[in-house]
Design a protein around this ligand. Sequence first.
Ligand code: PGA
Length: 319
Amino acid sequence: MRTLNLHQLATFQIVAKHSSYVRAAAELHFSQPAVSAQIRLLEESLGVKLFETIGRKTHLTRAGEELYLYSQKIFFLIDETLDSMDALRSPHYGRLGIGADTTFGTYVIPGLLGKFHKLYPNVQIELEVVNPEYLIDALVHNRLDLVIMGNYAVEVPVFVAPVLANELVLTAPPTHRLAERRAVPFLELSREYFLVREPGSGTRESLELAFHEAGIPLQVSMQMGNNSAIKQGVAAGLGIALLSRVALDIELEIQRLVILDVEGFPLVRQWRLVHLQQKHLSATARAFKAFLLQQVDQRLSAAPHTSQGTHTRRKDASL
Ligand code: PGA
């Protein structure tokens, strides 16, 4: 293999810069014979003469001029390479690929990313907000660094940590027949029609499970692929819905929607931070993980540990 000795090349560059072996030796803190020996070895390995001495002056030969141009490019690239490796060791640079399920990704993570961005303004964040089924696929195939989701039923070893409790509430327009009632029995829901999320949604899974456990059929009026469409549909009187409390702040404030007080609700799921156990997290991803775990909301602190992808009910719930 042909090689180029970088140490000799660096010496060559300094001799060329000064057009003098003596001044190069002074800069390098070597003896002049040591510098000459380096240049001779380089000339031998390349098979060309790099300097010629005319009178008392040292000049670059044609080959020397050419090598000087290349040496500048080579050392520039080496600098760039070292900068890039430094950046990868630092949490302040680089790319962060994260994924979140539809609800967390829409209503919780933007605020968290705003705070993270203030601390790490140069990190390039790429966020995927998608259905949990897609998230699991992206996680398992190593397309994302970290994901936040309510379900971590994956077949590979993963790191899992609770991030936030997800209270799922029944919502309806203020004019709904159950809006003013308190402690409505679950059985009353058998008369209601529901707007539900798409298959694969954790919210939908919890609703179906609650009805299954109560032994009553779930009547679906319409399936809609996102929370905003469901809120519009509920407000328009198309049915009631189970939605995350975090998705309802504005609608509750302007009294466009209300939360129904039905026994057994809210259902509580748990959002979790998940990454592949074997994943080598970059410094940036490690910084985000630490940041997220620090931010675990005190008000909605972690719910009791639940089995994967399922929910718990309030202790006082009766069906
Ligand atoms: P979803 O997920 O927004 O897709 O329903 C939420 C969850 O799994 O808790």
